[in-house]
Design a protein around this ligand. Structure first.
Ligand code: FAD
Length: 396
């Protein structure tokens, strides 16, 4: 019987991991199955664009994996049982239990409502495709006469507010944030950001901690009312509760606790990557949830899976955080580089050049995802070691 590797999630981490594994492992020995809730790979980094009305290119997972030997199961993961080595999935036909021998958990993240009242009932968000489409429909309904309040002052809030303001100039757009808008940016970057908000006519409310979201807007802790016909919650990401409910060791925020090789510290045979994994980077700090982190952690996880199952040496991949590139609509952006302590360096790339760089990053990532085995040498490694090494056996 072949060794069954199941990859949960086909986002930036999962889709490329599956392609890499398929290319490196001998198909006579391994069966690779990917479970994903949607039939497409979704370019999550463009969901604010989708919400504002710019459609996404479709990347069908069936077409992406055609000819790779990867089995695709379009279904929602509802539970993982790492003791029994099973995953429960649900689709229109009902539920099913899938058995696995090795598991790669890459279910990504969703919004972090932070327990704020009314978020689930009244707020829109852009953390997933269905939610972004719902916001888009709402903006269509508003036409030329509404106020959109974006809650948050970090990357997603900035990208969402600027994209909506640029694409829908008839709407009034405002942001409310508990701290400073883009407060982590170095002075030049921050000045550029504030100028862009000014140019786009976006009202900025800083030091406004939203305590409640209502149908007609949001209320801050000091009682200030922000009237809005659509409130968009963009105040951070949180992971799905599935990992914590499964009994896997997780951090307080629900991310899976892994060793340097992305192995679950509690359950041999389970690996995690992307937003779902709690990973300490080379700078000694947790890697931020980001596409770049998904790339690094995916590389390490697949190296570990291949090494653990075929006996090959596992090389360490870098776990770096180099900076972030923030879109300010379609024609403007900021690339803010950070130092080894994750503090912003004085230098940043700004304006059209940064926007072109960001566009290149987005389309490069999408191309790589939609060609998950392209350019990879076929190293058909055989199954030699079914024993999963315990994390402590591998030097950190
Ligand atoms: C609007 C927006 C803009 C962003 N911009 C940037 C940026 O500029 N730069 C950057 O680095 N990062 C950005 N990010 C963050 C980045 O998208 C994530 O960090 C990245 O997608 C994480 O990759 P992942 O593979 O862990 O998760 P994802 O890409 O989210 O993939 C998870 C996959 O799992 C599937 N899934 C989830 N739950 C289930 C379930 N129960 N059952 C089955 N399948 C499931 C999902 O459908 C998805 O396919 C942005 C995010 C958003 C929302």
């Amino acid at each position: 019987m072949r060794h069954r590797i199941t990859v949960l999630g086909a986002g930036y981490a999962g889709a490329s991991a599956a392609g890499y594994l398929a290319r490196h492992l001998q198909p006579d020995d391994f069966e690779i199955t990917v479970v994903n809730a949607e039939p497409d790979f979704v370019e999550r980094m463009r969901l604010h664009q989708l919400a504002a009305g710019r459609p996404l290119r479709r990347h069908g997972l069936a077409e992406m994996f055609a000819g790779t030997g990867i089995r695709l199961r379009v279904a929602s993961v509802t539970a993982v049982d790492p003791q029994q080595r099973t995953v429960t999935v649900a689709d229109g036909e009902g539920t099913e239990r899938i058995e696995y021998d090795s598991l790669l958990y890459t279910l990504g993240s969703t919004i972090d409502g932070q327990g704020v009242a009314g978020v689930a009932e009244h707020a829109f968000h852009v953390a997933g495709q269905p939610a972004a489409l719902r916001l888009c429909r709402r903006l269509d309904e508003l036409g030329e006469g509404g106020t959109v309040l974006v809650v948050g002052g970090n990357l997603t809030a900035i990208e969402t507010a600027t994209e909506i303001a640029e694409s829908r100039p008839g709407l009034r757009v405002a942001v409310a944030t508990s701290g400073e808008l883009g407060g982590w940016l170095a002075p030049k970057g921050r000045r550029h950001l504030l100028r862009a908000f000014d140019r786009l006519g976006i009202a900025v409310h800083e030091h406004a901690t939203v305590e409640r979201v209502e149908r007609a807007g949001a209320v801050a802790a000091d009682g200030t009312v922000f009237a809005a016909t659509a409130t968009v919650w963009a105040a951070g990401f949180a992971v799905h509760p599935i990992a914590a409910a499964s009994g896997l060791a997780v951090e307080a925020d629900g991310r899976i606790t892994v060793d340097r090789m992305m192995r679950s510290v509690s359950h041999p045979g389970v690996y995690a990557a992307g937003d779902s994994a709690y990973v300490i980077g080379a700078n000694g700090r947790p890697l931020p949830m980001s596409c770049a982190s998904a790339g690094f952690t995916r590389m390490q996880a697949t190296a570990a899976i291949i090494g653990d199952l075929t006996g090959h040496r596992i090389s360490k991949t870098p776990l770096e955080y180099l900076g972030n590139c923030i879109s300010l609509g379609g024609k403007d952006a900021i690339f803010q580089a950070v130092d080894g302590d994750a503090r912003s360096k004085p230098w940043s790339l700004r304006g059209r050049t940064a926007a072109r760089f960001k566009a290149f990053v987005l389309s490069g990532a999408a191309w790589n995802m939609s060609h998950p085995t392209y350019g990879l040498p076929a190293r058909r490694r055989r199954l030699t070691a079914v024993r999963h090494r315990a994390p402590a056996e591998v030097a950190g």
